[in-house]
Design a protein around this ligand. Structure first.
Ligand SMILES: Nc1ncnc2c1ncn2[C@@H]1O[C@H](COP(=O)(O)OP(=O)(O)OP(=O)(O)O)[C@@H](O)[C@H]1O
Length: 242
């Protein structure tokens, strides 16, 4: 049994099929990259896993528990954490306070336990030295790390990263990849990303979506070199395709 199991997931919006018989397995210690052109259904897949969109049919389970019909906040408590493309911390609070708030209000911890959790999470996300800075003054890279730290502070076992590399310089992307590689040791990670070299360096597998269907899943170098990927991106490198 994998930590996350998606089985025969289907969803359509009117005539548009956004999830077409999707199966997916992710275990702790694994990072799965998700790629596909605009409108392929990547964000919808995240919404289905997080619970903001309900599937027409199929099953989603976490650690064997069926979550298919559970509300998003219940899934958060079960261990689904999501980091968004545009981080939105409480700008006037410190980094430490932001993570404490996530641990206390999202994770249901007492104030004392939330503080301990926050310190641990800040160490693991490379933010400990910035603990007392105001979140609003962080660089984009550190705001993205804070976004991940908040998700983990809520006890995420599955971390969903939505284009978290967007807007970063190449050097910052490399540092972000290092943080994600560290987090992979004790989380399962699913990462929608258009920066191919970032995915290649940390993902164990890449899944390719197109018109809601998973066309291919395999090792990054195999997937990136595949005829399927070349065809759907019309000869462009994935890095340039967005
Ligand atoms: N709530 C909705 N109602 C109707 N159609 C929707 C809804 N959400 C998404 N869609 C449509 O579903 C399709 C898949 O969208 P989705 O955002 O999942 O794709 P994506 O792969 O994440 O694309 P992008 O890379 O542009 O973010 C698109 O055609 C989109 O317009």
């Amino acid at each position: 049994m994998s930590l996350l199991e998606v089985r025969d997931l289907n969803k359509r919006f009117g005539a548009i099929v956004v999830a077409d018989h999707i199966d997916l397995d992710i275990d702790t210690g694994e990072c799965i990259g998700v790629i596909g052109p605009n409108g392929a259904g990547k964000s919808t897949l995240f919404a289905l896993i997080a619970g903001s969109v309900t599937p027409d049919s199929g099953r989603i389970s976490l650690a064997g528990k069926d979550m298919t019909r559970l509300a998003p906040h219940v899934r958060v408590h079960l261990g689904i954490g999501r980091a968004f493309q545009i981080p939105q911390p409480f700008a006037g609070l410190t980094v430490f306070e932001n993570v404490c708030a996530a641990a206390a209000f999202g994770g249901g911890l007492s104030a004392r336990k939330a503080e301990g959790k926050a310190r641990d999470v800040l160490e693991r996300t490379g933010l400990i030295e910035m603990a007392n800075r105001q979140a609003g003054g962080l660089t984009l890279l550190n705001r993205k790390r804070l976004e991940m730290a908040k998700a983990i502070a809520v006890n995420a076992r599955l971390l969903m990263l939505d284009e978290i590399g967007a807007g970063l310089t190449e050097r910052e992307v490399d540092r972000l990849v290092q943080t994600i590689a560290d987090l992979k040791r004790d989380h399962a990670i699913i990462w929608i990303e258009h920066i191919a070299h970032a995915l290649k360096s940390v993902a164990d597998r890449i899944a390719v979506l197109h018109f809601g269907k998973k066309l291919l899943e395999g090792r990054p170098e195999e997937v990136m070199a595949s005829a399927v990927v070349k065809e759907i991106y019309m000869g462009l490198a994935v890095d340039d395709a967005h």
